[in-house]
Write a protein that binds this ligand. Structure first.
Ligand SMILES: [Zn+2]
Length: 262
């Protein structure tokens, strides 16, 4: 029977190097590239994002015992390689990805993960998977952090994997090359929060949060948009978000001001 409690706990296995959490059969791994998740069912394992470089290998090695004799699905929430780089290691049965052009996928990923090489399925509408009493929804959210993003909802546990629509504690990556659009990003967050019921939110980067935290990502973009032509107001907004961290060479308050609604 499923727990009605959706508290995600620290998972001891990884404590020394990596913060991991679990709720029943749901494991969350923070960092080593983008955050990842595993949903471990009786005949099926769903892996949400596969991390990058040597950490992708390390992550694969740490979870491969869960995979034997089971169908393996991977969900890539978007095209950034810090979420996809480990794909080729898994011998997956299906890899769900957003509905991008093949060119965009291949430009952003290593040759082993090319569109022709692995069993990719482009998600154009909500896909529902039911097993062991769980209902899992793979939800395309349209343009936002990229030309298309995917979030994953575990309905019974009220857990949402929000992809890089949510940077928790960091200034967000706004990568125009892959179609980032902050206006649509805000709309995507609001739509997901309106349409679906969930409490716990696993961000794409940073710690696990909740629906309010997720909505603060939309507020951040709106605050900057409303202030960007008024220096005094912008100063106040910068102060409000002074605790957010930069990702070196990638993100900062200034960069968001520059790319917001562009
Ligand atoms: Zn990203």
């Amino acid at each position: 029977m499923l727990s009605s409690c959706n508290i995600i706990r620290l998972h001891k296995e990884f404590l020394s190097e990596n913060h991991n959490y679990q709720a029943d059969n749901i494991f969350v791994s923070i960092g080593w590239g983008g955050n990842s998740g595993i949903i471990e069912l009786s005949n099926l394992v769903i892996i949400i994002d596969t991390k990058m470089n040597s950490k992708a290998k390390k992550y694969y090695n740490s979870i491969k015992d869960k995979l034997s004799d089971k169908t393996i699905y991977i969900v890539n929430t978007h095209v950034h390689y810090d979420h996809t780089d480990g794909n080729y290691r898994y011998n997956a049965d299906t890899i769900f990805i957003p509905n991008y052009s093949d060119e965009l996928w291949n430009e952003s990923n290593r040759p082993e993960n090319a569109i022709e090489k692995l069993p990719y399925v482009k998600v154009t509408e909500v896909i529902e998977i039911k097993q062991d009493g769980y209902t899992i929804k793979i939800i395309p959210t349209g343009q936002g952090h990229s030309y298309n993003d995917i979030v994953v909802l575990i309905e019974n546990e009220k857990i949402l994997f929000a992809s890089d629509l949510f940077f928790n504690g960091y200034h967000p990556v706004i990568d125009k090359k892959i179609g980032a659009n902050t206006k649509k990003w805000v709309e995507a967050i609001e739509k997901v929060c309106d349409e679906y019921e969930f409490e716990t939110v696993v961000s794409g980067h940073g710690q696990v949060s909740d629906k309010e935290g997720f909505l603060r990502q939309a507020e951040y973009f709106n605050d900057i948009e409303n202030a960007k032509n008024e220096p005094d107001k912008l100063k106040q907004v910068r102060k409000k978000y002074h605790k957010l961290l930069n990702m070196p060479n990638l993100t900062s308050f200034q960069k968001t001001v520059k790319y917001n609604n562009k």
